[in-house]
Each structure stands twice: as C-alpha cells, then as structure tokens.
Design a protein around this ligand. Structure first.
Ligand SMILES: Cc1cc2nc3c(=O)[nH]c(=O)nc-3n(C[C@H](O)[C@H](O)[C@H](O)COP(=O)(O)O)c2cc1C
Length: 199
C-alpha cells in the first residue's frame, strides 16, 4: 500500500447497550480521524449464538457479511467493555464464528485493542483475555501503546463527545501507532514474501 492511502478498518464492540461508551469510543475514532482511517462499524447484535450444527447450514448474512468485510480490510479495532473480568459473550461469540469461517478472516489480521469502563481500571483484564483469544486465531495484536479508559462516564458526554483532553490524546496516539505499525507490518510481510520467493 502506498504511504498516502487510507487504511480500511473494521470496528467491533459488544453492541448490546444503547449509549454504550465503547461504541462512543469507536464513533470518536471514526469521526475525528477520518482523514487517517476509514473505520466501518459493524453491529454484531444480530449474530446468532454459535453452535456446531450451524456450520452445516448456509451461514447467516450477518456472519458472511462480517467475514467478507474483515477479509477485505487492513485491520480491526476492538473497543470492548469488561464483564466480570472477562470478554462479553457477544463479542467472544463473534470471534468464535470468525475463527470457523472457511476464508479465515482473522488470520494474521492486525488488531488494535481499546477498552472503556465505568470502573477505575478501564478494562485491563478484558484486554488480556482478548490477547489470548487472538493468539488462538493467529491474529496480530499491537502490543503498545495500550489504552484503558477508566471512569469513562467522566470522559465522554451523554451525547458521545470526548470531553477529556488527555483521553483524546491517548486515543489519537494509539491510532497513529496502529497505522504506523500496520505500514511496517505490511512492508515486512511483503519483504518476507519476496525473500521466500527468491529462496
Ligand atoms: C454484567 C456486567 C459485568 C461488569 N463487569 C465489569 C468488570 O468486571 N469490570 C469493569 O470494569 N466493569 C464492569 N462492568 C461495568 C461496565 O464497565 C460498564 O457497564 C460499561 O459502561 C460497559 O461498557 P459499555 O458502556 O460500552 O456498554 C460490568 C457491567 C455489566 C453489565
């Protein structure tokens, strides 16, 4: 990809609450940084619960659409709440589905994790659970910078505007790092492919 081209990203959150703060975080990224990335927010609330017999059936539209969307994108942004120190069920279910898709959309996919919580810790624990899950799918989670937005109700207005300068700077730096990292990553991948081709 050339250095001026915008990255096409998919944004996912648990999506089961009106006025979700994590949805606000994704919206903030989509609107404020549209010159840097093209972020497509996908609503996972219609994705059915995984069961193995569903694999024998044609996949539902939501599942097929998400799988195709991720496969055509350069990376994923996951903005996740933390439920009981772990990953909310809908989000885990969505990753489980994607891991079963024949086109393997998560394989080597760059992933940026961010979390927002009304608690102090901002979802530290959910991010470490997500890292383990994305190891299983052989995805590439950016290591640093990490962003955990604690006390998020004091940092976003009810209308979804980020009112905390420090938080908006943290998000901006993380997104910029993700873009830089994806550029290096795709460069490394193409070098690697070239090297292998010459062996
Ligand atoms: C079932 C449930 C469990 C929760 N467990 C945690 C938790 O373990 N840690 C935490 O920081 N917040 C926890 N919370 C509070 C969430 O951080 C808070 O509801 C947050 O707003 C959810 O994100 P959202 O606004 O994007 O939906 C929990 C909320 C629910 C509904």
């Amino acid at each position: 990809m050339d250095s001026h081209q915008k990255f096409h990203l998919v944004g996912l959150t648990n999506s089961c609450r009106a006025n979700s703060y994590n949805q606000m975080v994704l919206n903030h990224i989509r609107v404020e940084f549209h010159d840097l990335v093209d972020l497509h927010l996908f609503d996972i609330s219609k994705i059915p619960f995984y069961e193995d017999r569903a694999e024998a059936l044609p996949f539902s539209n939501e599942i097929s659409n998400l799988s195709a969307l991720i496969a055509q994108s350069h990376g994923l942004i996951i903005a996740s709440p933390e439920y009981n120190h772990s990953v909310p069920a809908r989000l885990k279910n969505t990753v489980d589905w994607m891991s079963r898709m024949p086109n393997k959309p998560l394989l080597k996919m760059p992933v940026m994790l961010i979390s927002a919580s009304t608690g102090h810790l901002g979802g530290v624990r959910v991010q470490y659970e997500l890292r383990r899950i994305f190891e299983a799918t052989d995805s590439r989670v950016m290591i640093k910078p990490e962003v955990f937005i604690g006390k998020v109700h004091e940092k976003f207005s009810p209308a979804g505007v980020c009112t905390d300068h420090e938080t908006s700077v943290l998000i901006k730096n993380q997104l910029q790092s993700f873009v830089d990292w994806m550029k290096n990553y795709s460069l490394n991948l193409s070098c690697l492919e070239e090297n292998v081709a010459h062996q």
